[in-house]
Design a protein around this ligand. Structure first.
Ligand code: DC
Length: 228
């Protein structure tokens, strides 16, 4: 891979992929790429135009009008730009999570975003997280991780995050959203979420954040013989 390492982290919504991947990227000096944010940006664009996120023809017609760019701020945080506008906060709204999951089922959207993700991995050593990174986007990644946790544990954590942001919701609503996305992400025809055969399974249902970060960093260190 042009002297670059690629680490693929896949798993269901709310398993803590982005938090853990960001921490590990910092630890090992890799670029962190949150591919969910890219799907969210497409979902946001469709939502703003009032397009039905299941309508592949309408979404396909929209794609050429979208200039999606990833940037990084001084803290190394990934920012998403949609036609020049920083949409990093807007893409986190709960209704955009659903739109992102809906548009990510569409083959046209996945094909449109594939090259952007691969190009990023050619240019830098990356820790890339998503649903199909180890299976489709970077099947040659030096290390693949499948990060998961029970739906209840994930809903509990997501509820706390939303409450901290002042979003009014309930455990049942958050669990329902997670189960909806799990079902859709694992049952879609194109690039469904599944564990690559050679992916290391990490289950964080029973462990806290710091323990999970340590487990991930230890796995990277042992498997790739780098850092730490
Ligand atoms: O990781 P996230 O919740 O930000 O992702 C938003 C949606 O995008 C999620 O429902 C599934 C989809 N997604 C995908 O299909 N493939 C990826 N590589 C990343 C995200």
């Amino acid at each position: 891979m042009n002297g670059h390492f690629a680490i693929a982290i896949d798993g269901p919504s709310g398993a803590g992929k982005s938090t853990l991947a960001r921490r590990a990227a910092k630890e090992f000096g890799f670029l962190y790429v949150d591919t969910g944010a890219i799907y969210r940006t497409v979902g946001l664009a469709a939502h703003r135009r009032g397009i039905d996120c299941h309508d592949e023809a309408a979404i396909s017609a929209l794609l050429p009008e979208l200039e999606i760019r990833m940037g990084y701020n001084e803290a190394g945080e990934q920012r998403m730009f949609l036609n020049g506008e920083d949409v990093s906060s807007a893409i986190r709204a709960p209704e955009i999570s659903i739109c992102a999951s809906d548009v990510s089922s569409l083959g046209a959207v996945r094909a449109f975003l594939l090259e952007m993700q691969r190009r990023t991995a050619r240019e830098s050593s990356v820790i890339m997280d998503g649903r199909d990174i180890g299976t489709v986007v970077l099947p040659e990644a030096e290390l693949k991780i499948y990060l998961t946790a029970s739906a209840e544990a994930r809903a509990e954590r997501r509820l706390k995050e939303l409450e901290a942001k002042g979003v009014e919701t309930s455990f049942d609503e958050v669990l329902r959203d997670i189960e909806y996305r799990d079902w859709q992400d694992t049952h879609r025809e194109v690039a469904p979420l599944r564990r690559a055969e050679d992916a290391v399974l990490l289950d964080t249902s029973e462990i806290g954040l710091e323990e999970s970060v340590a487990l991930l960093c230890d796995t990277i260190h042992k498997r790739l013989q780098i850092g730490g």
